[in-house]
Write a protein that binds this ligand. Structure first.
Ligand SMILES: CN1c2c(nc(N)[nH]c2=O)NC[C@@H]1CNc1ccc(C(=O)N[C@@H](CCC(=O)N[C@@H](CCC(=O)N[C@@H](CCC(=O)O)C(=O)O)C(=O)O)C(=O)O)cc1
Ligand SMILES: N[C@@H](CCS)C(=O)O
Ligand SMILES: [Zn+2]
Length: 781
């Protein structure tokens, strides 16, 4: 029996209905019922799409108002004690308090309650994707209890449709693995025994509600697991297998090969196993042979991480091989949840007719599953037209003259060996840059963006609708830039930025201007909570037809005698946050982007810009999930960065910026990027992340973030000074810069000016404290 299903579906809505409803709710404009009604409408619409495509189940439990891991924290009753919930608060209020750090009661001015609002749960990247989940917090006191009302209500909605629900949950071992031990040395795996009974209760409740299939995602099977975590999987599933009454448990893995966990995954006593046959095609037949015959094998054959139309002939051939080995009990699915692709692409107004045919968003992928199922049922004739259309579209893409540019390949081939090296070592460059820039000790700067105000977005929306002409749009953006420059001068910042007003997004903006990229009108993908991104589509060889940022930077520099940092996004971040071609190695694509950025760097220097920042926040996120592949990736990724960064003179200062990262994993690679200055996100870790840079003796200059930009809270200079003193314990003071953690685009101007004022004051106090004895008083070296 061949069945089709999805592991999860996008939830934000084709017109971002969920985003707008959430933001209205947070502004107090709509109540909980109205928000919930929007969410229910979206779920029903998405289930209908799944039904229309003939899926055997609709996915339930994949929907979340903010994040599916945060939903599990509530489902399992392990909201961290630090939030101080007393049980009287409505669940949704607690949910958003955890997600956003919002106060549990509105502090009136001078309400005197003395409480500091708890910080939101930490956000971190979901494996190697651009989606952020909220990190569960565990300690010895963590207890679990079942709060299944919301999930059971969603199951009820699906049954009422009527549809057959398959409930999708993160499995117990991945849930613990993805969480964080809040106390040093606390072993969260020890909580498994407490957690499993709650999973058992849940399975019973779901069975009682008529749910016959539960998908338990254990993506940690794609990681290098030590024996303890492997053993945890064994004992967890041995126990869940005995839960009565049994429904079919489908264990799902994705994003990465199983490798040393393959035998384990095949042995676990569950009803079925889903594997990612896109990321690990080489393992499929091995799994098909090993998995006991009575179990379901779910083959993730449609790429859930990318937007290209599938090669259905190849997929059918693979699936038939599996069928031959196993007989029936074959399920067909996308490789992972479709959360990571836009809902619909084939009618996107911004994509030209030729390119549209090459694409498949979530809805189009459902259709591909429909075609595959019919063909596998032996009814290939009924889908012959669809198969032919798919074949023709793939062939057209492969043959399209838009994909290949001979000059790009030739330029890469001819690139001199020294193209990824600066002319002189850092010490020589540092001297030249100090002479040119004349900055004070502890120079202050920001990461690039200033608030993307409603006015900025409205002006851009009007420009895109054709209601504002190009000259008027340019003037509007120049006014914003002038405002940002003026405010920075008033604040007394040392190295200025133009504020990125003209950018819709730090990646999409470049995608819109580079050849080889297309962009969508509505290809939104959730990044976190209500925030979305529209990843550009990188379909062909990359070239830069003209300068992309120079005019804005030149304009901004013309407004001030202080140095203005040019602002670019690096090749790996552009690669990682775009939907990239699947017909050539990612490394080759990265090098092509690097050449385009290199030309922009050279043009900025030519325009008199003395410092150029090349952001690479996604370099850590792009790290393969298996350590054995790290060196190869880091080799080409750092090379791509250096190619972009190296065409400049010694006295042009190259900055890079990274946020979100467990930097310590990749310190040698960060050093190998050889940026003159790196700014990093460190404030939320209380500078602990910086220690690695200290012990590694990171050789160049560093700006450890001194305040968290994710919160509207304005930190005092005392807090910043404390962090800076901690930083100076590990980094020589003459190499320290002072800056926020990341860009300020999501913040409001009043918070920004207040926080930066404190930051500049902190720098002044530090300078005063450091003289006349010299900076050495602050520094260990
Ligand atoms: C640093 N981060 C980024 C990641 N990935 C990227 N591709 N870019 C990033 O910056 N990954 C990690 C983090 C994630 N962080 C964020 C932070 C903020 C957002 C965000 O605010 N997204 C916006 C959409 C941004 C955008 O594209 N804006 C466009 C369109 C704006 C829009 O919605 N226009 C309205 C009309 C507006 C009006 O009339 O007032 C419309 O079209 O209806 C623009 O500025 O032109 C979001 O709203 O979610 C994302 C990730
Ligand atoms: N220059 C970008 C970096 C974000 S990671 C910004 O400031 O928004
Ligand atoms: Zn950042």
């Amino acid at each position: 029996m061949i069945k089709t299903h999805v592991l999860g579906f996008p939830r934000i809505g084709a017109q971002r209905e969920l985003k707008f409803a959430l933001e209205r709710h947070w502004r107090g404009e709509i109540d909980t019922d109205t928000l919930e009604a929007t969410a229910a409408r979206l779920r029903a619409a998405h289930w209908r799409l799944q039904q229309q495509a003939g899926l055997d189940f609709v996915a339930v439990g994949d929907f979340a108002l903010y994040d599916h891991v945060a939903s599990l924290i509530q489902l399992f009753g392990c909201e961290p004690a630090r939030f101080g919930f007393d049980g009287s608060e409505p669940p949704l209020q607690r949910y958003f308090a955890m997600a956003r750090g919002a106060p549990t009661h509105a502090h009136a001015e001078g309400c005197g309650c003395g409480a500091t609002d708890p910080q939101a749960l930490e956000m971190t990247k979901w494996f190697d994707t651009n989606y952020h989940y909220l990190v569960p917090e565990f300690d010895e006191a963590t207890a679990f209890s079942l709060h299944a009302e919301r999930l059971l209500a969603e199951v009820g909605e699906a049954i009422a449709l009527p549809a057959s629900p398959k409930v999708v949950l993160l499995g117990p071992v991945s849930f613990l693995h993805l969480g964080k031990s809040k106390v040093a040395g606390f072993d969260r795996l020890g909580l498994l025994e407490r957690l499993l009974p709650v999973y058992e209760q849940l399975l019973l409740r779901l069975a009682a509600r008529g749910v016959t299939c539960v998908q338990l995602d254990e993506p940690v099977l794609g990681l290098d697991l030590d024996e303890r975590w492997q053993q945890a999987l064994r004992s967890a599933y041995a126990r869940l297998a005995t839960a009565e009454p049994q429904q079919q448990l489908l264990l799902a893995t994705y994003f990465s090969p199983l490798q040393q966990n393959l035998a384990l995954a095949c042995e676990l006593p569950v009803g079925g196993l889903h594997v990612d046959a896109v990321r690990a095609p080489e393992e499929l037949l091995d799994v098909a042979r090993r998995l006991p015959r009575e179990r379901v094998l779910s083959v993730g054959i449609i790429d859930g991480r990318n937007v290209w139309r599938a090669d259905l002939d190849a997929a059918l051939a693979r699936l038939r091989e599996v069928l031959e080995l196993r007989g029936g009990r074959l399920w067909v699915a996308p490789s992972c949840s479709l959360l990571h692709v836009p809902l619909r692409l084939r009618d996107d107004a911004a994509v030209d007719g030729e390119l549209r045919l090459w694409l498949a968003g979530a809805e189009e992928k459902l259709d591909e599953l429909r075609v595959l199922k019919r063909a596998l049922w032996g009814d290939e004739a009924s889908v012959a037209a669809e198969l032919a259309a798919s074949r023709a579209a793939r062939a057209a893409r492969a043959a399209s003259p838009r994909v290949r540019r001979v000059a790009v390949a030739e330029r890469l081939r001819a690139l001199p060996a020294e193209a990824d090296r600066r002319a002189s070592p850092f010490a020589v460059r540092q001297q030249a840059q100090r002479e040119r820039l004349q900055l004070p000790a502890f120079p202050t700067t920001t990461i690039g963006s200033f608030p993307q105000t409603a006015e900025i977005r409205a002006a851009r929306a009007a420009f895109k609708r054709g209601e504002l002409d190009e000259a008027a749009y340019r003037e509007a953006m120049q006014r914003e830039i002038a405002l940002a420059v003026h405010r920075q001068e008033e604040l007394g910042l040392d190295m200025l930025v133009h504020g990125e007003a003209e950018r819709n997004d730090m990646v999409e903006y470049f995608g819109e201007q580079l050849d080889g990229f297309a962009f969508t009108a509505n290809g939104w993908v959730q990044s976190y909570g209500s925030r979305c991104v529209k990843p550009p589509l990188l379909y062909g060889d990359v070239a830069r037809p003209r300068a992309m940022t120079v005019e804005w930077s030149r304009y901004a520099q013309g407004l001030t005698p202080r140095p203005m940092k040019g602002m670019l996004t690096g090749p790996i971040t552009i690669l990682q946050w775009s939907f990239v071609r699947d017909d050539q190695a990612r490394a080759d694509t990265a090098l092509q982007i690097a050449l385009a950025i290199r030309d922009e760097v050279a043009d900025l220097e030519q325009a008199g810009i003395a410092a150029i920042q090349i952001d690479e926040p996604a370099i850590r996120e792009g790290l393969p999930l298996r350590r054995a592949q790290w060196d190869a990736y880091l080799g080409w990724a750092t090379c791509a960065f250096r190619i972009a960064a190296s065409p400049v003179r010694d006295d042009t200062q190259i900055h890079t910026h990274m946020c979100y990262a467990e930097f310590n994993d990749i310190l040698p690679a960060i050093a190998a990027m050889d940026a003159d200055v790196i700014t990093i996100e460190t404030s939320r870790s209380d500078m602990e992340l910086l220690r690695g840079f200290g012990s590694f003796r990171y050789p160049n200059e560093i700006g450890p973030g001194v305040y968290d930009i994710h919160s509207p809270r304005v930190p005092g200079r005392g807090e910043m000074l404390r962090l800076l003193r901690k930083a100076a314990e590990v980094i020589p003071a003459d190499r320290l810069w002072i800056n926020p953690d990341c860009g300020l685009k999501t913040r409001q101007w009043p918070e920004v000016t207040a926080a930066l004022k404190e930051m500049v004051e902190a720098a002044r106090e530090l300078r005063a404290a450091a003289s006349p004895q010299g900076l050495a008083v602050l520094s260990p070296s």
